[in-house]
Design a protein around this ligand. Structure first.
Ligand SMILES: *[C@@H]1O[C@H](CO)[C@@H](O)[C@H](O)[C@H]1NC(C)=O
Ligand SMILES: *[C@@H]1O[C@H](CO)[C@@H](O)[C@H](O)[C@H]1NC(C)=O
Ligand SMILES: *[C@@H]1O[C@H](CO)[C@@H](O)[C@H](O)[C@H]1NC(C)=O
Ligand SMILES: *[C@@H]1O[C@H](CO)[C@@H](O)[C@H](O)[C@H]1NC(C)=O
Length: 490
């Protein structure tokens, strides 16, 4: 009789111990992924969460607090960073009530009701980026303070930490070496206030580091230095050799923090990755080399010269997003380690699965195998061609055309077909979306040539049971508006 309760008791204790061990290891390291949803045809959230679990990502970073994404993450155990978009900073900065509402709706409810393991709130996303001209300079810190107060009031002060994901352009080195690191002069005091606040509240500094961008903006950037193969001639910083840009950039931040009295502040690498299309340096080979190199670089837990130990990082990103702004460049829609449909782009061993291979999304439903192309008898000289192509490209996605891209070798007719097809698929193969005046036709013959894939979209996701019909409304709305345009302007 006595044995039974003891057995149960022991089991509970051992479950508790393994749970504690799991929590311990999760909070110290484990691989993270950025899950953005700016896609015309996003995968259903449940499909994405299954992908995250099967690929053993232990952490995920979101850019907002999308209800369906969070609901799908419920009970998954995956550690979640929810985000507050920059355009909400002003209202949250100026109203504690607004901050409390945000925390109640977008954090407390999900923790308490949906059992989502929310651990961080990202206040803003790269709000101090130079291109924002200081638009969020005065609102970021007050918003951070209000969210922190709201978390404490909600009883979540220990469980959920605040942070501000910043671009690595918030610090610089006066000497060109990591040891010359300090915060950018024009925002030095704003940053220092934030850093002190993070430190006081046991919160981490989050930084996004992009060797690809360095290569993109500076043609003289030494290519080898972007990667982790150790082939670059090292930079010798007072006896410490730096063989790759990641380490040097990361340690410039460590020096900047140290110089300002916060040398022990934890650092999260909020985004790191390499795009696969849309630029001559954005391709599968470079992306694989960078991401695999990074995984190997951090896998031993040796860290960087200034910060030995495990590195807490979120890959950028999980899945391509074909509706992102291309202001930064055409590569912006191609950061995923998975294509839009959840298929892996290249072999990548995250060190998490038994097979060492990425596991694709399951049960993906595609639309019909049909494409919109330029009619064989249509003439390139037809005056309608140019406006039709620029119209299609402005509303769909032509970022895979151009020098050094996957469709860069198409001939002029191929270019036109690519644009037409992109528009047609974006609009869910509606007949009217392949009615470019006397120029286009639907075909069942796949126009794909070599590396240039003429994509077929997945079935639109209609949104969760709770609310919000998702992308379909956006997509159909776009289609309806554009036919009007096609028939009147062209
Ligand atoms: C919760 O987050 C969503 C998504 O970012 C946002 O649209 C909504 O306004 C937030 N709710 C509150 C009460 O602030
Ligand atoms: C920043 O300033 C530049 C030049 O004055 C302007 O072109 C750009 O639109 C501004 N960006 C924002 C986000 O305000
Ligand atoms: C359509 O294209 C064909 C072949 O180029 C041409 O003969 C015909 O006149 C065009 N029709 C219109 C309405 O432009
Ligand atoms: C195809 O389109 C791309 C992007 O607009 C352009 O750079 C390229 O020159 C075009 N190719 C031809 C053969 O017209």
């Amino acid at each position: 009789m006595g044995l039974f309760p003891v057995g149960i008791g022991l089991r509970i204790v051992s479950v508790l111990i393994s749970w504690l061990l799991m929590m311990e290891s999760v909070s110290v390291s484990g691989l993270g992924a950025n899950w953005g949803t700016q896609a015309s045809h996003p995968l259903p959230p449940d499909t994405v969460v299954t992908m995250l679990r099967e690929n053993r990502f232990q952490k995920v970073k979101l850019f907002d607090a999308d209800y369906d994404s969070l609901r799908a993450l419920g009970k998954s155990g995956i550690e979640v960073m929810v985000g507050i978009p920059n355009d909400m900073l002003l209202s949250i900065a100026t109203s504690l009530k607004a901050a409390e509402k945000w925390v109640s709706k977008n954090v407390s409810t999900h923790i308490n009701t949906n059992h989502v393991n929310i651990r961080y709130v990202a206040v803003g996303n790269e709000p101090f980026l130079k291109t924002y001209n200081g638009s969020f300079l005065r609102t970021t810190f007050p918003a951070l303070q209000n969210i922190q107060s709201a978390l404490i009031k909600a009883g979540l002060g220990n469980q959920v930490k605040v942070t501000v994901p910043l671009n690595a352009d918030v610090y610089e080195s006066s000497t060109g070496f990591p040891s010359g690191g300090d915060f950018r002069a024009d925002i030095h005091d704003f940053l220092l206030a934030i850093v002190k606040f993070l430190s006081d509240n046991g919160a981490p500094f989050t930084v996004n580091i992009y060797p690809f961008i360095s290569l993109y903006i500076d043609p003289n950037f030494p290519v080898e230095y972007a990667f982790f193969d150790g082939n670059a001639s090292p930079i010798n910083d007072g006896g410490t050799n730096y063989y790759n840009m990641f380490d040097a950039n990361h340690d410039t931040l460590v020096w900047a923090l140290q110089k300002n009295g916060f040398g022990n502040l934890p650092i999260i690498v909020g985004e790191i990755g390499w795009p696969t299309d849309g630029d001559r340096n954005a391709n599968l080979a470079y992306a694989q080399r960078f991401n695999q190199g990074f995984m190997s670089h951090i896998s031993g837990g040796k860290g960087t010269p200034m910060r030995p130990g495990p590195i807490d990082a979120y890959m950028f990103s999980l899945i391509d997003e074909d509706a992102k702004s291309i202001d930064p460049g055409n590569f912006e829609r191609h950061w995923g380690i998975f294509f839009y449909d959840g298929s892996p782009k290249y072999p990548l061993n995250l060190g998490t699965t038994n097979s060492g291979a990425l596991i694709p999304a399951r049960n993906v439903k595609y639309q019909e195998k049909k494409w919109c192309v330029m009619r064989p008898n249509a003439k390139l000289e037809d005056p309608q061609v140019a406006p039709s192509v620029s119209y299609a490209c402005s509303l769909a996605d032509c970022t895979r055309l151009g020098y050094g891209t996957s469709c860069g070798n198409l001939d002029a007719r191929g270019n036109v077909s690519y644009a037409f097809n992109s528009y047609y698929q974006r609009n869910n193969q509606l007949d009217q979306a392949c009615k470019f005046p006397n120029l286009s036709m639907v075909t069942k013959t796949d126009p794909t040539v070599g590396s240039c894939i003429f994509e077929i979209m997945i079935e639109p996701y209609y949104g969760g049971a709770e609310r919000r019909p998702g992308s379909i409304q956006r997509t159909l709305g776009l289609a309806a508006a554009s036919f009007l345009f096609l028939s009147t302007i062209l």
